[in-house]
Design a protein around this ligand. Sequence first.
Ligand code: ADP
Ligand code: ADP
Ligand code: ZN
Length: 215
Amino acid sequence: MNLILLGPPGAGKGTQSAALVERYGIPQISTGDMLRVAVKEGSPMGVKAKSFMDAGALVPDDVVVGIVRERLEKEDCRNGFILDGFPRTVTQADALHGTLKEMGKDLDAVISLEVEVDALVERLTGRRICKVCGRGYHLAFDPPSVEGRCDQCGGELYQRDDDREETIRKRLAVYSEQTSPLIDYYRQRGLLISIDGMRDIAVVQSDIVAALRTS
Ligand code: ADP
Ligand code: ADP
Ligand code: ZN
């Protein structure tokens, strides 16, 4: 199953992707996670990406298109993949289409998570991430069993630099200008599945699974 999870920052793309990975046994491809690793390692790509990410802006299309193409060629994507946070522009969506075509693949569905702006801000300000395994938590909505520690691996939780109110506002504006046109883009191609992302994490998950079953 070849899927895209689409939605504004904080919509639940990472949370839902992680659960879908377990359910379907296909990998999650998160451009945000891959870029954060590159920044941490200080690779040339990471150095280039950092200033855009800190500012809440999008990293240039050619950079992300390149890393996704390389990732999709890996053996573990043979039975499917979940793209989380990519594409984010029409240029990226067109490039993805070309890449998949060359590989003889097609998208099965684009899941659009719909969440109101106030809820997005609340989710992003309360988001905490495991330093070691990358699992996401929320201080109020999905807290770890031991404060500050990851349930999965015991790693320390941290707050992303860009999850502060000012950068959050900027990222939401970037989303509505540059990424939200993809909703129509995929609707016109008959691939869009709209999901009410305002409900509890487990309810959203079962709605996605039910929608995929009938799509
Ligand atoms: P969120 O989970 O809040 O949606 P991500 O972790 O997906 O955020 O992305 C964090 C940052 O990484 C973005 O603000 C952007 O700077 C960069 N980024 C991630 N994916 C892309 C992409 N597909 N195109 C351009 N920039 C990206
Ligand atoms: P995205 O990847 O789209 O930026 P995340 O999956 O990281 O979003 O979720 C953002 C924050 O909101 C996290 O702290 C997560 O625990 C929390 N969250 C995710 N889904 C829900 C939900 N349905 N209800 C409440 N909080 C949620
Ligand atoms: Zn962890």
